[in-house]
Structures are given as structure tokens and as C-alpha cells.
Design a protein around this ligand. Structure first.
Ligand SMILES: [Zn+2]
Ligand SMILES: [Zn+2]
Length: 188
């Protein structure tokens, strides 16, 4: 048989079997060790995928709503990063990690959940105004009129159309806002 190159030590050797890949028992041992490691890595990656799929499978509407909201809010914060606070006009702290300011909803997520993903209804707001000023609704409204106009504000205020999101809807919203955020950051 013609000479082959050992898969492990790369020396030329004369194989005694047609499928022989290595020159010696020592290289055979090394070869099977490597093959096992490869198979284990493949298996671990497969397992990870399976775990992610089963984790996704047990996620509830609530979990997906939360994830979609996080993606939406991150987009709003990026959109408004160079704007002042919607209600008080103070500059929004431009902190790099975690966001130095909030995405504040004009009509709150609690009382108007159907507007939770409405871009007209959400704006960059200092943490102080959003969390401790009860959203500062009156000042927020003034700022909002300046941003989107009275007509849009009134349309938001009268919007009572109920919205039911399916898990598929929420997944799509999350994906959309992740993408929109990426595009905004890219265009900086
Ligand atoms: Zn060898
Ligand atoms: Zn404010």
C-alpha cells in the first residue's frame, strides 16, 4: 500500500489496513481522544440548543411581554439619548451601561397596557421623574405636545383599543426592536 501521512504526528507511514489514519498505537490513542473531544463538543452544543429551546418553550406570555418591553425600552432610550427629559427638560445623563435614564410611558404600562409598545407613548425620562415623580403627567403632556403635536397626544389619550399579543407577536416585537436598536446604533 502506498504511504500515508499520520493524522496526528504527520509522519509518513505504510498502512497495514486501508482505513488506517495513524501510524502507531500512541497516535491511535491520541486520535481517538481528539475524536471523543470533538464529539463531546458537538453534543454540548446540541444540548445547549435543546436547553434554549425548552427554556423558550416554558416561557409564558408574561415572560415574552417582559422581554419585548426590554427591547422596546432600549430602543426608546437610544432614540432619545440626545433629547432632554420629556417632562422637565433636564439633560438625560448619558451613562454608558444600563442607561442613565428611563424609558417613561406617558400613559403608564399598568393603566394602558395596550400602549406599552407605542413609540408615541414612550420617551426618554430621567429616573427621578419616571420613578419618583409618578411620571409627572402634566409636564410630560406639555413635553409630549412639543414632540409629537397635540393631535397625536389626543389620539393617544383617547386610544382604548384593546390589544392582545400572542407569544408569536411578542417574539416579533422583541426581534423588531432589537433590530431597530441595532440600526440606530449603527447610524450614530
Ligand atoms: Zn503518528
Ligand atoms: Zn423630567
Amino acid at each position: 500500500m502506498k504511504l500515508k501521512t499520520c493524522a496526528i504526528c504527520r509522519i509518513k507511514f505504510a498502512p497495514s489496513r486501508p482505513m488506517q489514519k495513524v501510524c502507531s498505537p500512541a497516535c491511535a490513542y491520541e486520535y481517538s481522544r481528539k475524536e471523543t473531544a470533538k464529539a463531546e463538543t458537538r453534543k454540548a452544543l446540541e444540548d445547549r440548543k435543546t436547553i434554549k429551546l425548552s427554556k423558550d418553550a416554558i416561557k409564558t406570555i408574561r415572560d415574552w411581554t417582559k422581554e419585548a418591553q426590554i427591547a422596546f425600552n432600549a430602543f426608546i432610550r437610544e432614540r432619545d439619548r440626545n433629547q432632554p427629559c420629556i417632562c422637565c427638560g433636564r439633560p438625560l445623563a448619558d451613562s454608558a451601561v444600563g442607561g442613565g435614564f428611563d424609558c417613561g410611558h406617558y400613559r403608564s404600562v399598568g393603566s394602558a397596557p395596550h400602549l406599552r409598545f407605542d413609540e408615541r407613548n414612550a420617551h426618554g425620562q430621567t429616573k427621578q421623574c419616571n420613578r419618583y415623580g409618578a411620571g409627572r403627567a402634566v409636564d410630560y403632556r406639555i413635553g409630549l405636545i412639543q414632540r409629537i403635536g397635540l393631535e397625536q397626544v389626543e389620539s393617544l389619550e383617547s386610544d382604548q383599543s384593546p390589544k392582545k399579543y400572542s407569544i408569536e407577536d411578542l417574539k416579533a416585537i422583541k426581534a423588531t426592536y432589537k433590530q431597530k436598536l441595532k440600526e440606530l446604533k449603527h447610524g450614530r
